[in-house]
Design a protein. Structure first.
Length: 181
């Protein structure tokens, strides 16, 4: 097991570990249990129909991380997988990347995602030496937008009718944080 970082929130120990097969069952159960709430914001949820689908995702994530295409981390609380945080669309030439995250609805609202993103910011700017980190959230996703705003990401743009969910166009908000600010 490779831990990127760990921290405490209250009495809980939170670790950001590279995903492992031992995380698959817990992650799949969350996706299955939180299907409707996750699907509302994350279109990939429709691609996970079984534990095997989640296992394939973890396998792909580990390979892409090894190839420096992405950095995917399982969010663990006291050793139990409860969500994912990742760095994707890494562009070393232009020194930028995007961050994404999701967590079980049972533990939302305790600052776990905010602190996890904060830790990823440190990795992006100090270890990877990137200049720009972006969070792109659907305009109606107040929880995801609040993470960006709490961490002082700057509003950069609104992408009008950027994606279609359930035959309806959705606007997305782009937030950015820069290494020199």
């Amino acid at each position: 097991m490779f831990t990127l970082t760990q921290f405490k929130i209250g009495n809980d120990i939170v670790k950001l570990d590279l995903p492992e097969n031992s995380h698959v069952k817990s992650l799949y159960e969350i996706i299955n249990n939180d299907y409707l709430s996750l699907k509302r914001w994350l279109p990939w949820v429709d691609e996970i129909h079984s534990i095997e689908d989640e296992r394939k995702f973890i396998e792909m994530a580990r390979k892409d991380t090894a190839l420096n295409k992405t950095i995917v981390s399982t969010i663990l609380i006291n050793g139990k997988a409860v969500g994912i945080i990742d760095l994707h669309n890494i562009n070393r030439k232009n020194m930028r990347a995007e961050i994404g995250y999701w967590i079980s609805r049972d533990i939302q609202g305790h600052g776990i995602v905010t602190e996890s993103v904060k830790r990823f910011i440190e990795i992006v700017f100090k270890e990877l030496n990137l200049n720009k980190l972006t969070i792109i959230a659907e305009s109606e996703n107040s929880k995801s937008r609040a993470v960006a705003e709490r961490l002082n990401f700057e509003y950069e743009a609104t992408l009008k009718e950027h994606l279609i969910y359930n035959n309806e166009f959705k606007d997305y908000i782009v937030y950015s944080k820069f290494s020199n600010r």
